[in-house]
Each structure stands twice: as structure tokens, then as C-alpha cells.
Design a protein around this ligand. Structure first.
Ligand code: FUB
Ligand code: ZN
Length: 650
């Protein structure tokens, strides 16, 4: 399959144009100010733990110090460099469709500093350069050197594509040369992988961009070597202790690192969620380019494990703060979960790669689910506040007082000491044009319904639609005869396709194949009803509960609109009587969804338990909003899943 360059996909959707504008005009400038410590913002630790870095970013200052342009010490996480790389990548993807000389100058200045910070041999990692030079490439279980290298590579490609200025790409390639010299299966090389995956997928991108086969081979090496020697990380620790280089003697958790077996032998999603999914993305990328049936089988099994047993209805993943990790099947607590924004983003990446190997509708379903819910919730509508953890249920009081929920923030902070998510959000949403179409042979896959104009090598295709809010999509095609594969969204009760100068060739599960002639005009009609969702009863948390979805959006309710939120019960019979009401200013097209429901009648607050189980409900109305918008109106309780009103059994 072939991707289209961002320059060939012009977004015309109001919904997504607003996001691109927000990223360019608010998020990117704001993030630069934070990364430079130019503005006073509340930089919070990602969870309640006084030992975690917070208070400032210092990310660009670390590079300045390493470059000899400033004096001081490294501050922040050992992967703080990656915040800057992801910011540059955001600039790169935005500049590809919206050139901006001033923004380019700002990015060039940052790139100049990075270039100066690089050592003569190509090594570049400010944490180890400034703090522990003797431990370079010697603490891979935690070091993130190659994770940062991966983000550098991705940034360099995006920026080179946008500007043709190869400086950062040269820096990245020099770092990769240094890595290639140190890592490999030769006797004098390190036969291990970074504890945090990322370089694998980035090297495949570098291979695609340069055509240089060495990068693909290095990506394959990093996948293959993980878990090959399960004692690798322990030996590394022992050697550092023996040589007096470090007194760090951690318990190595091989599941957390996905290093308990080689990736081709892994069957489950375990351990740290972002690592798991960046690894799976890298594996799938390798499979697409150099097919390996064992690796593909592992991708399929990991995929199934996630989407059948470990994914929230919002597309969020990672059920626990402990190790920011996956847990066992069907263990999906709504109020203590992790659902890190980066993990949701990584699921989007994995799904997109899996689709490119085998274009099944289910991959697009997951992409859409996670995009419109678990990813978009990561940022506030001002583009300047960010969630790290994306809960499905928040009780403000409990979050403040229950230490088990210390990681569940009730409002999006200005910034985070561990700031992996904010720039990840910017680079991903800034690249939205990448996910709409794909090309294979003489077929075009239309995956996401987003109003846009696609310029192919020998054709143009235009989508006109108000989606995600509208019910119809117009598609106008000019070019030689081609097949068009249309995704039938999983929530669409029916998809009717009217064709002019085109005809339907095949209807299969969730996919319609259409034959296009020059001048083809299709009109798609979806039925986008308000739907109640129930969950597999294996998920204890959601037994007897219902959630609401319309189109791609999962809805939630907040206590700012619904006092005593936990008293509400949804009656499935009444969902059909729901209606929309315009919302106040900020939300533009978005609407309040009002559902007639039942509410527990005023309970005597002093009573914890009672015997009278009858007649405790009164008719009421529940106001819901799309989940991704929650938390934009101040601190509030929030719920996605609601108890269902009991129904008679027969
Ligand atoms: O370790 C780098 C990033 O920070 C991870 O991907 C996130 O989960 C956070 O731990
Ligand atoms: Zn993150």
C-alpha cells in the first residue's frame, strides 16, 4: 500500500481545519515557549510523587548546555530530549501543508542548537552527555537513548520533507551511524535493544525516506534482538555494578519491557502500553516491507488480545498506573485506568500499519474509535492543556483523596514533567491527512470520512461532508478508471451509496467496492443513530451498565451539567427519545445530547444502606457531550458508563 504525502491531501473539513489551525496557532507556539522555559506555567508531575521531575521543562536548555551555549545541569526525565524532537516533528508536519517562514525560523534555531549538542562521533543524548557519559548505551533497560534517537529520526524526516533543509536529517543519520556501529550481532557489538521501543518504527521510516536498506536491517535487528537473551538487561546491570559505573540494581521486569521472549514469539499485549504498541507498530512496518510470517502472526495475536480483551470503549489502552501497563484480559476499570494519550496514539499507529498489511475494516474501526475519543481527549479545546491519563470515570473528591487515583487528574494541566503526550498529540493530529486515504494498485482506500481534496498521481478525489456531525458524504472523482474501497463504519446502521458514472462492484463486511469512471459522483448516506452500547460481561466494571455513542463519538456526562451524576440510570427504552440542544459558545458545531433517564430519588444522605429497594427512581434528563470534550468547563465529575435501569426478564 502507498501513503499519500500530506501535501497531497488538503483538509477542507471544518472540524479538522479547526484542529490544524489550533495546532499551528496555539499549540506549537505555546509548546515552544514551555520547552524554552519562556513562560511561567504549572508543570505538574504526571502522578502524585514528589520525586518526579516537575516545575519546568528545561528541555531546550538541556541541549544548550550540551552544546556549550549555556551552563548548568541536565534537568528532567532522561528522555526529555524527545519532547523537543516531537515538537519539531509537529512543526514539520504542519509546515508541509501550511508554510510559515516565522515558524521555520524558530524551528531552525532549535535545530542549530541540537546540531551543536551532537558529539563528534554522532552520539546525541543530553542526559547521558551531561550526567553519565560513562554509561552511554550501558543502561538500556531504562536509558531511552534509542527511543530519543527514534523521535529525532521522525522529526528529521518531517522537517526535511517540509523545508528541504537537511540539517536535522544529517544529525539523525550521524546518530544512527553511531548506533549501527555499537549495536549488532558482531562480537564487539551490543546485542540488546532499548528498554523503550520507538527506534524500530523510526528506522523503517528512515528506510522509506532514503531507500537505504541498512536502516531496515537495523530495525529488524532491534526487533529480533529483544528477548533473545532474556538475561541481557541483568548482565548489563551486573557489569555496571562490577565496574563501579553505577550502583543502580533494579529488579528487571521483562514483561514490562516486552523482553521476556523475542517479539515473533509474543502472543499478548503485556507491560508498558506505549512500548508495547510502538513495538507492534515497528513489527508491522517491518512485515509490510519484508514479510515474515512469524512476526506477522505475533502482530495478529497482539492485535486480537488488545481489541477483543484490553481496549476501552474510547480506544484507550493501559488499565493500570503500575508500569503504565496492560493487565490481564477484560480488566478494564473505569476510574483507576491509565489510558495514556501516547498509548492511544500508538494504537492508532499500530492499526494503520495492520491495515496496510491486510486491509480489513476492523483496523479502520479502531483507528476511528481511538482518534475521535481516546486521542482527542488528550488536549483541551484551547490547545494548551493536556491530559496524560484519560479516565472514563472521574469522581473529583475521590481523585483528590484516594491515593490509588493520584494519577487521575481532574483537569488538564498546563504541562507535565513527563511531557511525552502533549507534543505527541500535536504531531499526530497535525498529520491527520495521512490517515484518510491509501492507495494499492489501481485502488483507492477511503478510510476516514473527512472532507478533503486528494491529489493522486493521475487523479483527483474530493470528499465533501460535515462528518463527524453530518450524515452524508459526496465524493467526486476525476481520473482513469479505478476501484474505490469505502469503509462502512461499524456504527452505521446502514450505508446507502448513490452512484453516477460509477457502480458498486462488491459489498462485503463493512466495505463497499465501487468502480469509478472519470467524473464519478457518489453520495453516501449513513444512518447515524444514537446508540446504546453494552460491554462483554467478562468486564466486571461494566456489568449492568450502558454507554452512549453517536457516529464516531462516545458520549459522557459531567456533573457541571448533571448534579449528583452518580444517581443517574439510563433506561435503554428511552434512548430513542434523546434529542440535541445547541451548546454554549465554545463548542461550535457540537451539541448537548439530552436523554430522558431515571435518577435515584433523594437518598437520605446520612444512610449508607437501606432495605427499601423499590421506587427509588424518578424521571429525569441526562445531558451528555462527546467524551473528547470533557473537562473543558472546569473541574467536574464525569462518567462514560451508566447503570442501566433494571428490566424484567422472561
Ligand atoms: O518513557 C517515555 C514515555 O514517558 C512513555 O512512552 C510514557 O508512557 C511515559 O512513561
Ligand atoms: Zn505520553
Amino acid at each position: 500500500m502507498r501513503e499519500f504525502e500530506l501535501t497531497n491531501v488538503k483538509i477542507t473539513s471544518d472540524f479538522w481545519k479547526n484542529y490544524l489551525k489550533l495546532i499551528k496557532e496555539e499549540t506549537i507556539p505555546y509548546q515552544l515557549q514551555v520547552l524554552k522555559d519562556d513562560i511561567a506555567v504549572d508543570v505538574q508531575a504526571e502522578r502524585k510523587d514528589d520525586s518526579l521531575p516537575a516545575g519546568k521543562s528545561h528541555a531546550i536548555e538541556n541541549f544548550k548546555i550540551a552544546a556549550g551555549l549555556s551552563e548548568g545541569e541536565h534537568f528532567g526525565w532522561f528522555f526529555q530530549d524527545s519532547d523537543v524532537y516531537k515538537w519539531i516533528e509537529s512543526v514539520g508536519v504542519i509546515l508541509q501543508s501550511q508554510p510559515d517562514a516565522d515558524l521555520e525560523i524558530q524551528a531552525d534555531e532549535v535545530i542549530d542548537i541540537i546540531e551543536k549538542a551532537q558529539e563528534n562521533d554522532g552520539y546525541l543524548d543530553t542526559y547521558f552527555q551531561l550526567k553519565y557519559p560513562k554509561l552511554k548505551y550501558r543502561q538500556l533497560y531504562f536509558s531511552h537513548e534509542l527511543y530519543c534517537a527514534g523521535h529525532l529520526i521522525e522529526a528529521a524526516i518531517a522537517y526535511d520533507k517540509a523545508t528541504g533543509k537537511g540539517k536535522l536529517l544529517t544529525v539523525a543519520k550521524r546518530f544512527v551511524d553511531n548506533i549501527a556501529e555499537h549495536f549488532g550481532y558482531e562480537d564487539n557489538q551490543i546485542q540488546g535493544a532499548d528498554g523503550h521501543q520507538e527506534i524500530e518504527l523510526a528506522l523503517v521510516k528512515l528506510y522509506d525516506y532514503t531507500g537505504d536498506d541498512r536502516y531496515l536491517r537495523l530495525a529488524q535487528f532491534f526487533i529480533d534482538v529483544r528477548g533473545k537473551d532474556v538475561d541481557f538487561y541483568q548482565k548489563e546491570v551486573d557489569a555496571n555494578l562490577a565496574e563501579g559505573l553505577s550502583d543502580d540494581n533494579p529488579i528487571i521486569d521483562l514483561e514490562y519491557l516486552q523482553a521476556y521472549a523475542q517479539p515473533q514469539n509474543q502472543k499478548h499485549a503485556v507491560g508498558h502500553a506505549v512500548r508495547m504498541l510502538y513495538m507492534a507498530t515497528g513489527m508491522a512496518k517491518v512485515v509490510s516491507r519484508d514479510f515474515d510470517s512469524d512476526l506477522y502472526q505475533a502482530c495478529l495475536e497482539i492485535w486480537d488480545d488488545i481489541v477483543k480483551r484490553k481496549m476501552y470503549v474510547t480506544g484507550g489502552v493501559g488499565s493500570t498506573v503500575h508500569g503504565e501497563a496492560f493487565v490481564g484480559p477484560y480488566d478494564l476499570p473505569n476510574d483507576t485506568m491509565y489510558c495514556e494519550t501516547c498509548a492511544a496514539i500508538a494504537l492508532l499507529y499500530f492499526a494503520y500499519e495492520m491495515f496496510q498489511i491486510s486491509p480489513k475494516a476492523e483496523y479502520i474501526d479502531v483507528m476511528e474509535r481511538v482518534l475521535y475519543n481516546g486521542i482527542l481527549s488528550g488536549a483541551a479545546i484551547d490547545g494548551k492543556h493536556f491530559f496524560y491519563v484519560n479516565p472514563l470515570e472521574v469522581d473529583v473528591d475521590s481523585c483528590h483523596h484516594n491515593p490509588g487515583k493520584g494519577h487521575v487528574k481532574t483537569q488538564r494541566p498546563d504541562w507535565l514533567g513527563c511531557a511525552c503526550c502533549p507534543p505527541n498529540f500535536a504531531r499526530t493530529i497535525g498529520s491527520i491527512g495521512r490517515y484518510i486515504y491509501l492507495e494499492s494498485g489501481s485502488g483507492i482506500y477511503l478510510n476516514l470520512y473527512i472532507a478533503s481534496q486528494l491529489q493522486g498521481a493521475d487523479f483527483t478525489l474530493e470528499q465533501k461532508t460535515n462528518f463527524p456531525y453530518g450524515n452524508t458524504v459526496d465524493i467526486i472523482y476525476h481520473g482513469p478508471q479505478k476501484s474505490l474501497y469505502l469503509q462502512e463504519p461499524y456504527w452505521a446502521e446502514e450505508l446507502v451509496v448513490d452512484c453516477e458514472r460509477a457502480h458498486i462492484l462488491q459489498k462485503e463486511e463493512h466495505r463497499v467496492k465501487v468502480f469509478l469512471e472519470d467524473g464519478a459522483h457518489l453520495i453516501l448516506h449513513f444512518k447515524q443513530s444514537i446508540l446504546g452500547i453494552i460491554c462483554n460481561p467478562e468486564v466486571r466494571e461494566n456489568i449492568g451498565k450502558i454507554a452512549i455513542q453517536k457516529g464516531p463519538f462516545i458520549y459522557c456526562a459531567q456533573s457541571v451539567q448533571n448534579a449528583d451524576l452518580k444517581y443517574y440510570r439510563i433506561d435503554p427504552k428511552l434512548i430513542g427519545q434523546s434529542y440535541f440542544e445547541e451548546m454554549e459558545e465554545n463548542f461550535k458545531e457540537c451539541v448537548n445530547l439530552k436523554i430522558p433517564c431515571q435518577k435515584v430519588e433523594c437518598w437520605q444522605k446520612e444512610t449508607l444502606y437501606q432495605f427499601d429497594i423499590e421506587n427509588t427512581n424518578v424521571l429525569s434528563e441526562l445531558v451528555l457531550i462527546p467524551y473528547y470534550l470533557w473537562g473543558n468547563q472546569g473541574e467536574t465529575d464525569m462518567q462514560v458508563w451508566f447503570p442501566m435501569v433494571r428490566r424484567n426478564t422472561t
